[in-house]
Design a protein. Sequence first.
Length: 211
Amino acid sequence: MIRIAIADDHPLVINGIKDMLATAPGMVITATYLNGEALLTGLKQDQPDVLLLDIQMPGRGGDEIAARLKKEYPKIKILTLTNFDNTLYVNSMINNGVLGYLLKNTDQKTLVLAIKQVAAGEMFIDAKMQEKVTEFRKQIQRKSSSKYALTPREKDILKLVVKGASNHDIAQKLYLSTRTIENYRLNLCLKLEVKNTAGLIRKAIELGYYD
């Protein structure tokens, strides 16, 4: 049995969801909340398997709540149910620990499917939004790759840094002086906007500059 809680500041929406799930086998609505504070208070007493969370609510927004729940109640699976079809909202909610993103004009079949997938720990993004999200992320990746474009030599050095090689080791491998490697390393920090080796490694992994 999937235990479901709903957080939405519109009673009509809550009642509509209740009606849609009334005949869904293996699902039960355990609680409803009209604002973020009521939700946070209620979760102290009882945690659902899946939380249907609106983005825009009085007091605390859905993104803030999601980030907090990810830390305090990591076992709760969150499915965003909203009217916002903007990819920035999708990206923000997913970054804050949400597993699903669904528009409120969805049909019963899709809602039930989304709840089941999210309850199983799988991602579910509204079909209308999936293409937008994919293109949005490609654009971000293209911008990042362009902004941090590295020369072939810089890429070689960065890959070795990720592997834990010292300046001396890199100099030996690439037949360069240690001082030259030090200069390359400094330039990489400046170009990738990081302060130290740990930052270089994180950025290298983020941009895919590693084997």
